[in-house]
Design a binder for this molecule. Structure first.
Ligand code: SF4
Length: 340
């Protein structure tokens, strides 16, 4: 029996062909790992370190930023080696036009500093779990199973459990969209079946869009909405399991699809919109940037772009010439989009 994740289900509804490539054929990605995913992983590790430390001490901002820097350095070399082993000749892909590796490194530090100053001394709630696995049934018979991982679960002074999720994307979800965003609501459904928590608890959902000065987006679901959500996902799984064909679904997300270079329809769509598909390294040069400030609401204040990279460890970043060369490439999977 397949245990579904939110992202597995979401991939099918984004594009059935992409679902087929990834989950049925299990094709390895024909393109290198995106730097956004790399940055997101380093930020998540830093949050794990921060909240894992709090029982003993509150780290200083310098300790936290140094943790981020050190982990960036350690993982950078490992990731490069992984790319080489997979036959990719360059560094990790850079998704956003005009950005360099140094920019991402600086952004990551800025995210960590901003988070620290917003939440220090981190007593808004007490951590009950980090990277907490939730596995649950959508139906009473257990025929439809899902699982996922909560970035952090915290309990505030009033006893409410907060399901936290960290996003390093340049786009912030609106409060309105949060009311219908399913991923954290599914984790809420999962915790209801966890004997440690269950229906006796009160739950709230909190996204942290750490690229913004005010990073929080908050929502909650009532029991009726949770039941409705479970029915909705049963129906989605039934549709996936009945599927006999997996047609392409071209659109804006093709620009970020990791399978673009092996997908004739996607390539044709991107070229029809003026984008270039770079055949030699399976990357795309976009015609227009995908995440512009125009996509933000006027009340949202993104953090300033980082200043010139004066303190980037030489061994932690790609040679400047390579970074520039790849800066216009655009190929991030919808999973990465979800993360960013
Ligand atoms: S390139 Fe577009 S149509 Fe092709 S698999 Fe990817 S998302 Fe689907």
């Amino acid at each position: 029996m397949t245990v579904y994740s939110y992202s597995r289900i979401n991939t099918y509804y984004t594009c059935p062909a992409q679902f087929q490539f990834r989950y049925i054929e299990r094709r390895p990605s024909p393109v290198a790992e995106g730097i956004e995913l790399f940055l997101g992983s380093r930020f998540h590790e830093t949050m794990e370190y921060l909240y894992g430390q709090l029982d003993n001490k509150v780290p200083t901002v310098n300790e936290l930023v140094n943790y981020f820097k050190n982990h960036w350095q350690q993982h950078w070399q490992t990731s490069l080696q992984k790319q080489r082993d997979r036959g990719f000749k360059d560094t990790l892909r850079i998704a956003k036009a005009g950005q360099t590796v140094e920019d991402y490194f600086q952004k990551g530090q800025l995210f960590v500093e901003n988070y620290f100053h917003q939440y220090h001394p981190f007593d808004q709630d007490k951590t009950e779990g980090i990277e907490l696995k939730v596995a649950f049934n959508l139906d009473p018979k257990g025929q439809f199973k899902m699982q996922g991982f909560i970035d952090r679960l915290g309990r505030d002074d009033s006893g409410t459990l907060w399901i936290h999720d960290y996003k390093t994307s340049a786009r912030k979800m609106s409060d309105e969209d949060a009311k219908s965003e399913d991923q954290l609501a599914l984790y809420h459904a999962g915790l209801l079946q966890n004997p440690r928590f269950g229906a006796k608890e009160k739950y709230k959902l909190m996204w942290h869009f750490v690229a913004f000065e005010k990073d929080q987006v908050v929502a909650e679901r009532n029991p009726k909405e949770i039941d409705w959500l479970k029915q909705k996902y049963i129906s989605k799984i039934e549709t996936i399991e009945k599927a006999k064909t997996f047609p392409t679904k071209t659109g804006i997300l093709c620009r970020w699809c990791e399978y673009l270079t092996v997908c004739t329809d996607g390539t044709a769509w991107v070229r029809s919109k003026g984008g270039e598909v770079d055949d030699d390294s399976a990357a795309i040069k976009e015609a227009t940037p995908s995440t512009s400030s125009a996509s933000l609401t006027t009340t949202e204040v993104p953090l300033p772009e980082p200043v010139a990279a004066t303190a980037v460890p030489a061994e932690a970043i790609a040679p400047r010439s390579t970074a520039r060369k790849k800066s216009s490439r655009h190929s991030v999977s919808p999973d990465q989009l979800k993360l960013f």
